[in-house]
Design a protein around this ligand. Structure first.
Ligand code: FAD
Ligand code: UDP
Length: 374
């Protein structure tokens, strides 16, 4: 049988390989000129530094199957994401931890004292936070919220935090010790040769025909089934309207040596127009000394228009309603499965993307056995 996979990111690559390993032919199309989707990495032409073209990506997971899977396709070097944040002309560490709290309030508290102190600052009248702001106020109170979250979130989402779901903030830990690891997951690492090399290796198996620079809209063949990881609204030609996305603009600049001393610095106040600056040589500490120059990117967030790359799904009430209607249409397409961050219009970390694709492979096996695709 011949299948089509639209999109050569992690979602598409995992499914394509699985089908090929089961002896089927798979045409993988991606309109970009590279595989890897939004996780794509490439050597910066001027400095030679490995850059994450669509924004910084740190691999982290608690799912053992996913961790074992990716390691079959490349070497991961242990890497802990430690983010710095600038607010009111001081540098702090994030996520909010004991050092952040002590530096911010000019104190020397221990864990229990700090916890009691933050609890005294938290707004206890909010029992069930209904939005981002309420979630923040009920967790950390006004002072830390205003310093680290209010301005950054307005820049990132272009909305008042009261209009955003509480779930966005729940991604971040709050700690009363000096652990400034940005993630809680036990497995974290950076691929030694970049993410694109991992995706290339996943796709490197007999039976897969990768067509780059090729959009699905131009594919004329018939397939037994299509696994579509592009935007769900685009598949239906935006017939019900467009789902909202934030897009990012990256302003590249060079410096000598070390520019900021770390990989990522967030700028939490609104008087700085960008959200963060990433210095990519620090994502690969094992080779950073090889480069005399450094390349950095200022990151600006704005509402995506139809020609922009979709990055963050906005998922407010209207979008959720529209998504529901597209899902209805998708259910009626029995020769197409919608997958991945764009196909399901969700913010998915890489590990979740891969886990969901592996779960889809289990479903595919059952479908193949039941001759569903024939
Ligand atoms: P994608 O990678 O988007 O791949 C979809 C592919 O489909 C694209 O290459 C696109 O060109 C192609 N395509 C779409 N439509 C068509 C069409 N009609 N025809 C042909 N081709 C088409 N995750 C983490 O785990 N850690 C991080 O640190 C992290 N950082 C992130 C930072 C940013 C700024 C963003 C936006 C995301 C981050 N993520 C991170 C999430 C990560 O990018 C996603 O989990 C991952 O890219 C999802 O893979 P995917 O295959 O579903 O989609
Ligand atoms: N956030 C913030 N200040 C920061 C970092 C994050 O206000 O310095 C908020 C922002 O709204 C962001 C959310 O917390 O969207 C989740 O942070 P995360 O680092 O997970 O953002 P993402 O990976 O989505 O860019």
């Amino acid at each position: 049988m011949t299948f089509c996979v639209v999109g050569a990111g992690f979602s598409g690559a995992v499914v394509a390989r699985h089908l090929a390993e089961r002896g089927h032919k798979v045409v993988v199309v991606d309109e970009r000129l590279h595989v890897g989707g939004n996780c794509h990495t490439e050597r910066d032409p001027e400095t030679g530094i490995m850059v994450h073209k669509y924004g910084p990506h740190i691999f982290h997971t608690a799912d053992e199957r996913t961790w074992n899977y990716v390691q079959k396709f490349g070497t991961f070097i242990p890497y802990i994401n430690r983010v710095k944040a600038i607010s009111r002309a001081h540098v702090y560490t994030l996520p909010v931890n004991l050092l952040t709290i002590n530096q911010f309030f000019g104190t020397t508290m221990g864990p229990k004292e700090a916890q009691a102190f933050i609890e005294s600052k938290a707004d206890k009248t909010i029992k069930e936070p209904q939005n981002f702001e309420e979630q923040a106020l009920s967790m950390i109170g006004q002072d830390l919220y205003r310093a680290f979250f209010y301005g950054y979130t307005r820049k990132q989402w272009g909305l008042d935090p009261k209009e955003l779901p509480a779930s966005i903030l729940k991604r971040l830990p709050l700690r009363f010790n000096y652990d400034d690891n940005y993630f809680n997951h036990p497995y974290q690492g950076m691929p030694r040769d970049g993410y694109t090399s991992i995706v290339k290796n996943i796709l490197n198996v007999d039976g897969i025909d990768v067509r780059l620079g090729c959009s699905f809209e131009h594919v004329k063949e018939d397939f037994q089934h299509v696994f579509y990881t592009g935007p769900i609204d685009r598949y239906f030609n935006f017939s019900l309207g467009r789902l909202g996305y934030r897009t990012l603009d990256f302003e590249r600049f060079l410096d000598d040596g070390d520019h900021q001393g770390t990989a990522v610095i967030n700028y939490c106040q609104e008087d700085v127009p960008y959200t963060r600056v990433s210095e990519h040589k620090h994502f690969a500490p094992w080779e950073q000394d090889k480069f005399s120059k450094t390349v950095c990117f200022r990151e600006y967030s704005r509402l995506a228009d139809e020609n922009d790359i979709p990055y963050y799904p906005i998922r407010l009430v209207n979008e959720k309603k529209l998504l529901g209607n597209y899902i209805e249409l998708a259910r009626a397409e029995n020769k197409v499965s919608f997958m991945g961050r764009l196909g399901t219009y969700r913010y998915l970390d890489m590990d979740v993307t891969i886990k969901e694709a592996l779960d889809a492979c289990d479903v595919i096996d059952t479908a193949l056995q039941a001759s569903v695709f024939s």
